[in-house]
Design a protein around this ligand. Structure first.
Ligand SMILES: Cc1ncc(COP(=O)(O)O)c(C=O)c1O
Length: 432
């Protein structure tokens, strides 16, 4: 179980936190341009090779770390350039009306496009510049009484840990770290939901989970967790309600689900990873029934009511934010189910290949229902940095979290089976 503490973050050290918690236990709080094999695409739909051509990735490299920050497709880059030229010509165009080639754009269009994609309503969406900012807005904004607690696991990202720690410190609340499984590879949906149910206390104000954990690749069974949270809330007043907050950044545009219909109270995501949106963009979706439990933290310049006041304001990178509908439209054209299917197919190939490689242990569940596009593994006797560096000598890009010993292989929709095989071969050549 890995957790980056506030101090770790402040001194930028990369420590591995305490390991070995058993299911349900909790700790005391710490304040190539390579030719892509083309799948058969239904008539009218782009094939994967054509999509790949939209990206100016460095040729000759198999980049299996695209979930870190998106490389932007040409259509998104062009939209950003188009809008940027308008702001540079006349900055007053921002309030009076910026335009994409197909018509006007601005906050209402951005919120409507995202709402259509996540299966929610535009008024329930706040706009942020990243997942981290969204998590800060949410934890800082939850009306919390002294003595209440936020429940997380060490496998959530430090962006969520820090948001919870910082807010808890201000409110006299605490962060309690639990574990929903002993080993991600053998976790089950029922076991995870039961562990969450067992951990909730009357003073638990937030259960914070990660849709797809970037530390393990495990996809949390959000609906099953939402059911246990709902049961725990029976008879509670709004101020005592336990809110289910989901860091959804690696599920959005990687999993074929409506993020707003998972049963969560709050969904937070950057749109600059799997969605291939402009850098510096993200969203917070809030279930309208709990909106009054969230206080705005910043001044917001977005009008329109609902969750809009939760959007951090000021003059932002408008050319990025207002180009988001183009990224959403691209995904809608590609088809969310088809994109998620491709990501999962590539991930399954990676997991199967790695698990058959001597000296390699795959830590992400094999089941597509409990995983998405991130595959975490370790190589016996090798640190993850060594694995990454060795793969780079074979022109393969892999990644790792500073706080975890696992190496990560991410399968974006524009990766290819051949790239996955190259990555597996690079690891096999290194495993002892
Ligand atoms: C699970 C998770 N949450 C949050 C973040 C931070 O995302 P952002 O860069 O959008 O703040 C990351 C970074 O990759 C992550 O893996």
């Amino acid at each position: 179980m890995y957790r980056t503490s506030r101090r770790d973050l402040l001194v930028k050290s990369a420590g591995v936190a305490a390991a070995g918690l058993v299911t349900g236990s909790c700790t005391a709080p710490k304040a190539s341009r390579e030719a892509a094999p083309l799948s058969s695409a239904p008539a009218g739909q782009a094939d994967w090779g054509t999509l790949r051509g939209q990206f100016r990735l460095e040729p000759g490299w198999a980049n299996l770390a695209l979930f870190y920050l998106a490389s932007q497709p040409k259509r998104v880059r062009d939209a950003v350039d188009h809008l940027s030229a308008q702001v540079d010509a006349n900055p007053l165009v921002v309030p009076t009306g910026m335009r994409l080639p197909d018509g006007p754009t601005g906050w209402p269009r951005v919120r409507e496009a995202l709402a259509a994609y996540i299966g929610g309503r535009a008024e329930d969406i706040a706009i942020t510049a990243s997942t981290s900012i969204g998590l800060g807005v949410v934890y800082n904004g939850v009306r919390t009484r002294p003595g209440q607690e936020f429940l997380l696991t060490g496998f959530d990202h430090r962006a969520q840990h820090m948001a919870a720690d910082l807010a808890a410190e201000k409110r006299g609340a605490r962060v309690r770290m639990c574990s929903w499984f002993a080993d991600p590879a053998t976790a089950t949906a029922g076991g995870i939901a039961a562990a969450v149910g067992n951990a909730i206390r009357p003073h638990t104000r937030v259960v914070g989970i990660t849709w797809v954990q970037s530390s393990t690749g495990l996809r949390m069974p959000v609906r099953a967790v939402a059911d246990v949270v709902r049961r725990a809330n029976e008879g509670r007043s709004p101020a005592d309600r336990c809110l289910l907050v989901v860091d959804a950044v690696h599920g959005l545009a990687a999993v074929d689900e409506d993020a707003a219909r998972l049963g969560a109270d709050v969904v937070v995501a950057g749109t600059h990873k799997w969605l291939f949106g402009p850098r510096g963009t993200g969203l917070v979706w809030v279930r309208p029934e709990i909106l009054d439990q969230l206080h705005p933290t910043f001044v917001s310049f977005i009008s329109g009511g609902g969750a809009a006041p939760l959007s951090p304001g000021g003059f932002l990178a408008f050319e990025h934010a207002f180009a988001l509908p183009v990224a959403v439209a691209m995904h809608q054209e590609w088809g969310r189910a088809r994109v998620a299917g491709r990501i999962s197919e590539l991930a399954t190939r990676a997991k199967q290949g790695l698990s058959q490689t001597r000296g390699v242990t795959v830590h992400t569940p094999m089941s597509p229902e409990l995983s998405a596009g991130i595959t975490c593994f370790s190589v016996a006797g090798r640190a993850n940095r060594q694995v990454i560096d060795h793969a780079a000598t074979r022109r393969v890009r892999l990644s790792a979290l500073a706080s975890s010993p696992y190496t990560r292989l991410g399968t974006a929709v524009i990766n290819t089976p051949a790239e996955v095989d190259t990555a597996i071969a690079s690891v096999a050549g290194f495993a002892r």
